[in-house]
Each structure stands twice: as structure tokens, then as C-alpha cells.
Design a protein around this ligand. Structure first.
Ligand code: ATP
Ligand code: MG
Length: 222
């Protein structure tokens, strides 16, 4: 079987792109355009065999699962929601680090108001929230949102939220406090299972270069 040397890597704009770039660079790959200014969704690199596709963070595992991209970079939060079918996750890139947490108003309790019987939890992270409260044996009502979770407890939509917290600044600015830690989050390199087999030499070489870049970054204290 020929080892097809062409690779497509799926990335999202913003912090993942910015923080993946130095790692790719250390692995010898440079994007020839900036996705923040370009309207193109497929970007060339200095290596004619490697292309980058720029998509929504939450769509990255789907593109990689179906083989539309061979590799991708996705937050563990997104991978927990996706479920990881069809993917390998060979490397923790240690970038875009934050925590998945339960948060609420300072007076919020972890017991439901008696009139309702169940706590309402607003979140984009439905699976992780369900799993967290189920593990505690707590029945909750999950309200799916797509963003600005911090608003929900302020307007009485929910008792609590489950959201990503980095410094806590956004919570604080909205009068909320972190209440329970669910998991530490960082971005992972993911690989389509068929690509892992069919493009083995090329994929392994890239994974190993990225692993060295991550270790070098960790050793330099970043
Ligand atoms: P979408 O546009 O698909 O809703 P998003 O708005 O979550 O995605 P980003 O904000 O760029 O996209 O987040 C991408 C990833 O970066 C998240 O999946 C998470 O892993 C990580 N992340 C999100 N917020 C933070 C944060 N405050 N600090 C560090 N990492 C974060
Ligand atoms: Mg965001």
C-alpha cells in the first residue's frame, strides 16, 4: 500500500490556531496565510503536501472522525462532548489550558430549591455536566445553551452553570464564583483512525515532531 504523503490538519481560529502555530513551526510547518485576516477556509503551508482547514472549534472532531481532515487540534472539552468515535488522541498539546467547572452566584447552593426538586444547570457541555452530576447521584435538569452561560443564573434561567474557567475573571465580572471542579482541560492532537493506518509514516513523523515541540515548550517553562 502506498503511504499517501498528503495531510489535512483541522484547526479553529483564535487561541487554538495561535497556540498551535509555534508547535507546527517547530515541526517545520508554517501557514502561508493568517486565518484571522484571510477569508479562505483552506490554507496552504510551506509544505505543498500539507493543508490546514479552518473550522469551528466544536466541528474539529467531526471533520477528523469522517476523514475530511487527517489530523486536528481540539479542546478536551469538545472531545468529551463529541465522544471520540473514529479518533485517536495521541498527544496532549498542553495549550489552551483551563478548567471545566460548576459555577453560580455566591449564595447558590448545590441543593435544589424545594419547590422545584431539581437543580437547573445551563451549559454548552451537556454530556460532561450530565456525567458529573450523575456521578454524584444528583438529579439535575440540563438546559443547553450555545454561549454566554454566565448570564443564565443572573436572569433566573438556571441555578448553576457548567463552563470553562481560565482566570475566573469573566465569572467575577458577572458576580459568579467557581463552585466545583469537573476536569482540567487542554487541547489534544487527534488523528483519524484510517489515516493513522494508511498514512502511518507521515502521521507518526508529525506526531513525534509535535511531541518534541511540546516537551521543549514545557522545559522552557511555558
Ligand atoms: P465555538 O465557536 O465552536 O463555540 P469556542 O467559542 O468555544 O467554540 P474558543 O473560544 O476559540 O472557541 O475555544 C476553543 C477551545 O479553547 C475550547 O474548546 C477550549 O478547549 C479552549 N478554551 C476556551 N475558553 C478558554 C479559556 N478561557 N482559556 C483557555 N482555553 C480556553
Ligand atoms: Mg469561546
Amino acid at each position: 500500500m502506498s503511504d499517501d504523503p498528503r495531510l489535512t490538519i483541522a484547526l479553529s481560529k483564535g487561541r487554538i490556531f495561535e497556540q498551535t502555530l509555534p508547535l507546527l513551526e517547530a515541526a517545520g510547518l508554517r501557514a502561508t496565510e493568517d486565518p484571522e485576516t484571510s477569508r479562505k477556509l483552506i490554507l496552504d503551508t510551506n509544505d505543498p503536501r500539507v493543508k490546514l482547514v479552518i473550522i469551528r472549534a466544536s466541528d474539529v472532531p467531526t471533520y477528523v472522525q469522517y476523514g475530511a481532515a487527517d489530523l486536528g487540534v481540539a479542546g478536551k472539552d469538545v472531545l468529551l462532548e463529541h465522544g471520540g468515535e473514529g479518533l485517536y488522541e495521541p498527544l496532549d498539546l498542553r495549550i489552551a489550558r483551563c478548567r471545566l467547572m460548576v459555577a453560580g452566584r455566591p449564595e447558590a447552593a448545590l441543593v435544589p430549591p424545594p419547590a422545584r426538586g431539581r437543580l437547573r444547570i445551563a451549559t454548552k457541555y451537556v454530556r460532561s455536566a450530565e456525567r458529573h452530576f450523575a456521578a454524584k447521584g444528583q438529579q439535575v435538569e440540563i438546559i443547553k445553551l450555545y454561549g454566554s452561560m454566565e448570564l443564565a443564573p443572573l436572569v433566573g434561567l438556571s441555578d448553576l452553570i457548567v463552563d470553562l474557567v481560565e482566570s475566573g475573571g469573566t465569572l467575577k465580572a458577572n458576580g459568579l464564583v467557581p463552585i466545583e471542579h469537573i476536569s482540567d482541560i487542554s487541547s489534544r492532537l487527534i488523528v483519524n483512525k484510517a489515516s493513522w493506518k494508511m498514512k502511518h509514516a507521515r502521521v507518526i513523523a508529525l506526531v513525534e515532531s509535535l511531541r518534541e515541540a511540546v516537551e521543549a515548550q514545557a522545559a522552557s517553562g511555558q
